[in-house]
Design a protein around this ligand. Structure first.
Ligand SMILES: Cc1cc2nc3c(=O)[nH]c(=O)nc-3n(C[C@H](O)[C@H](O)[C@H](O)COP(=O)(O)OP(=O)(O)OC[C@H]3O[C@@H](n4cnc5c(N)ncnc54)[C@H](O)[C@@H]3O)c2cc1C
Length: 444
């Protein structure tokens, strides 16, 4: 292979795409604008930086579609998932990682690969020739976004999700809080005690909801729309939907016993998850917010145990740029109007680190095959990777297209199994067994 593969963006998708293509023998150049040009969410110049949560979500490859995606990426020698495994933190069944060593290791793996070079520059036009993958993510720089929009003619849709605040562990009052994973889930003691819990009485909860509703929020700029992705709703938006919504969402008190008062059932519980290996930082789970900074401090300090909390980072709002992929991309992830350009990652309308890396994995392999003059068979839609790519490149309704997480709803049904809640466990096991067999055959 003499022709080079150029990848714009060295995030989750671009890093994985580069690794996969390079492992297949392609010569790859990653064009990454950081640290020369920054985004408001990234903090470093590392490749594959996790911009918010430190979790790759569930690692259950039998009953969970994200866990299955982990499995598929491991089977395909994925650099993102294998590096995450090496920097895993206890998180009660989820794959949480120590973010800085993780990103440093991915950067090291890519920069030391003989087939990969990294050029730190912003690309601001659409290339006319050569093989390219655009993996510039939710914070695609303005000029490139303009160039894409003028080529596709399609409107790029911006909407907002939000960053959850991070608290210094030593500022939490452990005479009120305690460590426990919900239902004591996990195989090791560290996993069974991975979460830090802050209990609330009914009175605490009602006061907290009042404060949340009254808090000053960040106003949207002109031209921005507040179309939240439902999986990442700001906490105050959840509260606006009903005073009890949080008690049935991130603040649900089930599966937890307060050792300080074992006989009293908490009315609500705020959970914090470890954010680094040292255990010095904890993020407040599900507390994405667009409250103003001062208001956040006032509201979060009402939480029992956090009265004296110091915040390493407060919550924020962010933009998400994504294509109307069902109309613009073919089933090989190529731009129909310029097939020398592929798209990968969150910009294709998938949502999340894992899904973005998976789309990078696929784009890297497809591009490397094309450079070799080969055509890979389509990925079976029965696999997690195949279900996702099938959805974004045609399965979804283009008119109402919104970013999508991987989930079993995207999979073709397995015949002959019981429907409904009762049959769920067997059904999910059948989906994952079938996916593993089909993915292994496809890789082969
Ligand atoms: C603030 C924020 C919080 C988020 N929180 C979460 C979360 O908690 N969990 C989760 O799973 N997902 C979260 N996401 C979504 C997350 O960004 C994606 O899931 C994932 O990072 C997307 O991977 P990607 O490779 O598509 O994009 P990114 O990882 O963002 O990588 C894109 C890369 O392209 C570079 N780039 C952009 N434009 C150019 C250009 N013109 N030239 C050169 N380089 C360029 C950027 O610097 C960046 O390194 C969040 C997103 C944002 C913005």
């Amino acid at each position: 292979m003499t022709e080079k593969l150029h990848i714009i963006g060295g995030g989750m998708a671009g890093s994985e795409a580069a690794w996969q293509a390079a492992q297949q023998g392609a010569q790859v150049v990653i064009h990454e604008m950081r640290p020369k040009v920054e985004t408001f969410a990234h903090r470093t110049g590392h490749l594959a930086e996790m911009v918010c949560s430190n979790s790759f979500r569930s690692d259950d490859d039998e009953q969970n579609a994200v866990g299955l995606l982990h499995w598929e990426m491991r089977a395909a020698n994925g650099v993102i998932i294998q590096t995450a495994d090496r920097h895993k933190l206890p998180a009660g069944g989820a794959l949480a990682v120590d973010r800085d060593p993780f990103a440093e290791s991915v950067t090291q793996a890519l920069t030391s690969h003989p087939n990969i070079s990294v050029s730190h520059e912003e690309i601001d036009t659409l290339p006319d020739d050569g093989q390219w993958i655009i993996a510039t993510g939710p914070l695609t720089s303005g000029k490139l976004a303009e160039a894409i929009a003028s080529e596709t003619g399609a409107e790029a849709l911006a909407f907002f999700d939000a960053i959850a605040p991070i608290v210094y562990a030593d500022s939490i009052d452990m005479s009120k809080a305690w460590m426990q994973s919900r239902y004591d889930k996990g195989e090791t003691e560290a996993e069974r005690t991975a979460y830090l819990n802050c209990p609330m009485t009914k009175e605490d909860y009602e006061g907290f909801i009042d404060a949340l509703l009254a808090a000053e929020k960040t106003a949207f700029k002109e031209g921005e729309t507040a179309g939240y992705f439902d999986g990442c709703l700001p906490i105050e938006v959840m509260a606006e939907r009903g005073r009890e919504t949080l008690r049935f969402g991130p603040m649900k008190p089930v599966g937890l016993t307060n050792p300080h008062q074992p006989e009293v059932k908490p009315y609500a519980v705020v959970q914090l998850r470890r954010d680094n290996a040292l255990g010095t930082l904890y993020n407040i789970v599900g507390f994405q917010t667009k409250m103003k900074y001062g208001a956040q401090v006032d509201v979060f300090k009402r939480i029992p145990g956090l009265e004296n909390a110091s915040f390493a980072r407060l919550g924020g709002i962010h933009r998400n740029t994504f294509l109307n992929a069902p109309t613009l991309l073919d089933d090989r992830m190529r731009l129909k109007s310029k097939p020398n350009i592929r798209f990968a990652g969150q910009i294709t309308g998938v949502e999340g680190y894992v899904e973005s890396a998976a789309m990078g994995l696929l784009a890297g392999r497809l591009a490397a095959a094309e450079l070799r003059g080969e055509t890979l068979p389509p990925v079976p839609a029965t696999t997690a990777t195949g279900a996702l790519v099938t959805h974004i490149t045609g399965g979804a309704d283009a008119k109402t297209f919104q970013p999508m997480n991987v989930n079993f709803g995207l999979f073709p049904p397995v015949e002959g199994l019981k429907g409904g809640r009762r049959g769920r466990k067997d059904r999910y096991k059948a989906y994952t067994d079938r996916a593993k067999a089909d993915w292994t055959a496809w890789l082969g």
